[in-house]
Design a binder for this molecule. Structure first.
Ligand code: 5GP
Ligand code: ZN
Length: 112
């Protein structure tokens, strides 16, 4: 299977690591949209957030346990945003579940 983020997790494609544990890996986005822009991915290939079921939801739980620790490590005490894009209309460009963690400045207004 040819998946960019699986390649990054396996170390075949270089990345700038921010966090790693048994369930997830976080690395700096190559095209940052905020002073801090980190991508958090499960260490299992899950195509997107609409492919979560009982057998893989532990990865999502573990990611959301890790996110506050990553935020603390990155000095995001004033707040941040977590986004996941899903499918074509959601503008998902990499088909491996990932959460954008954005912060480090006042973020622009939002859609929701
Ligand atoms: P999406 O558009 O799927 O929500 O997010 C994919 C993200 O992956 C984008 O923000 C993009 O900048 C980032 N990205 C794409 N290719 C690479 C890469 O090779 N390395 C890193 N670090 N980030 C990447
Ligand atoms: Zn993958």
């Amino acid at each position: 299977m040819d998946c960019l983020f699986c390649g990054i997790i396996e170390g075949k494609i270089p990345s700038s690591p921010v966090w790693s544990d048994d369930y997830c890996y976080a690395f700096k986005d190559i095209n940052p949209q905020a002073p801090v822009h980190v991508i958090v991915v499960p260490k299992a290939h899950i195509p997107s957030a609409d492919r979560i079921y009982e057998g893989n939801s532990v990865y999502v739980a573990k990611i959301f346990e890790a996110i506050p620790k990553i935020a603390e490590k990155l000095d995001l005490g004033r707040g941040y945003r977590v986004i996941t894009n899903i499918g074509e209309h959601g503008c998902q460009s990499v088909q491996h579940l990932h959460f954008h963690l954005l912060g480090g400045a006042q973020l622009p207004d939002r859609m929701n």
